[in-house]
Design a protein around this ligand. Structure first.
Ligand SMILES: NC(=O)c1ccc[n+]([C@@H]2O[C@H](COP(=O)([O-])OP(=O)(O)OC[C@H]3O[C@@H](n4cnc5c(N)ncnc54)[C@H](OP(=O)(O)O)[C@@H]3O)[C@@H](O)[C@H]2O)c1
Ligand SMILES: [Zn+2]
Length: 345
């Protein structure tokens, strides 16, 4: 099959479009999926650069998200069969530790994901375990089925499981062009929150307003703290969903109302933010670190998506051979929503 592989860590020039062995059923629990679409995530860039600290076997196929059709299954696979249209929950734990046996395999210290230790979805086919396969929500096509899993399950755990967003609350989402941020806008709006967004792009702010945001702040032109305080009559927001960090971190603390919750899943702008312990203490803030989500989170999310008919925001689709251009678009933050790869020629 054709795949995008890296043979060593580095820049985008390390992405090679080449022949890779077709994945085969070699164990009774194997499932082979013919991919119709894959989606990019920021983790693909970190993995390509070698910035995750995880040692991965080379050559390696990137990509955590994909959707397609089951084409072959091992003898013990019961929950999917050839012909099923599926999307992927991309993580697998050791299966033995206290986290794995309590449906928290995303916290397993030996967790591996598609494109992050396991060969991923920048390919025509992928081999997965049955417990990683879920039906694509009925109202979604393959592109949408590939676009939502990683960012939406991460966001679901951040916003619903951890921060427990309530209807009527005010939510600030930073960097609305990002995948997690877009999911936060959609889920937050549909859950009855008033969603304020930030972006470095006027066009992205306009698109966010069209999707239900009540206010947009251009962080390149305005002081976020002053703008959000003004919009909320000096009160501040109940919840911040952030994956930017860096110099944005302290501003997130400053815009929270007393008792507010800040939930983070990443640090695109830097892992060493200038913290403000005084604000955290005096305003009684709660800060949640959040990563991925459990299968239970994923099942709750699927029920929510099926009920609300929400479709993930799609930015643009590239042929697999153009994965380098697709990653460049993400690296330069030109996207609004999810960037996709067309898996089949
Ligand atoms: N822990 C987990 O489970 C998990 C899961 C998914 C993602 N993540 C992490 O979350 C982060 C985002 O990933 P993603 O795939 O959702 O997003 P993404 O598609 O990579 O988008 C990043 C966005 O961040 C915004 N941004 C960048 N610098 C900014 C700044 N200085 N101030 C405000 N916004 C800024 C930009 O928004 P605008 O273009 O609107 O300005 C950009 O579009 C990454 O660090 C990723 O590793 C973690
Ligand atoms: Zn484990």
């Amino acid at each position: 099959m054709k795949a995008i592989r890296i043979h060593e860590h580095g820049g985008r020039e390390k992405l090679r479009y080449e022949d890779a062995p077709d994945p085969r059923v070699t164990a009774p629990q194997d499932v082979i999926v013919k991919l119709e679409a894959a989606a990019l995530n920021h983790i693909d860039l970190w993995t390509r650069m070698g910035a995750t600290g995880m040692k991965i076997p080379m050559p390696h196929i990137l990509g955590a998200d994909g959707a397609g059709v089951v084409v072959e299954v091992g003898a013990n696979v019961k929950i999917v069969k050839p012909g099923d249209k599926i999307c992927l929950y991309s993580f697998t734990g050791c299966g033995e530790c206290e986290f794995c046996v309590s449906d928290r395999n995303f916290m397993c210290i030996r967790v591996r994901g598609l494109g992050e230790g396991l060969d991923g979805t920048y390919a025509e086919y992928v081999k997965v375990a049955p417990e990683n396969c879920f039906p694509i929500p009925a109202h979604m096509n393959f592109d949408e089925g590939a676009a939502f899993p990683l960012v939406f399950v991460t966001l679901w755990r951040m916003l619903i499981t951890n921060a427990r967003l309530q209807p009527g609350e005010t939510l600030l989402v930073t960097g609305i062009g990002g995948g997690v941020a877009g999911a936060a806008l959609q889920v937050g709006h549909r859950s009855g929150a008033r969603v304020i967004v930030t972006s470095g792009s006027e066009e992205k702010l306009q698109r966010a307003l069209a999707l239900g945001a009540v206010h947009g702040v251009n962080y390149k032109q305005k002081d976020i703290v002053a703008a959000v305080k003004e919009f909320t009559d000096g009160r501040g927001v109940d919840v911040v969903v952030d994956s930017v960090a860096g110099e944005v971190w302290q501003k997130n603390l400053a815009v929270l109302a007393p008792g507010g919750r800040l939930v983070t899943c990443g640090a695109t702008a830097g892992w060493q933010p200038c913290d403000d312990i005084e604000t955290i203490v005096s305003k009684n803030l709660k800060i949640y670190g959040s990563t991925l989500g459990s299968r239970e989170d994923f099942c709750q999310l699927l029920r929510f998506l099926n009920e609300t008919k929400i479709r993930p925001i799609i930015d643009r689709k590239f042929p697999l051979i153009e994965a380098c251009d697709a990653q460049e678009r993400m690296e330069e933050a030109r996207q609004f929503g999810k960037i996709l790869l067309q898996s089949q020629k």
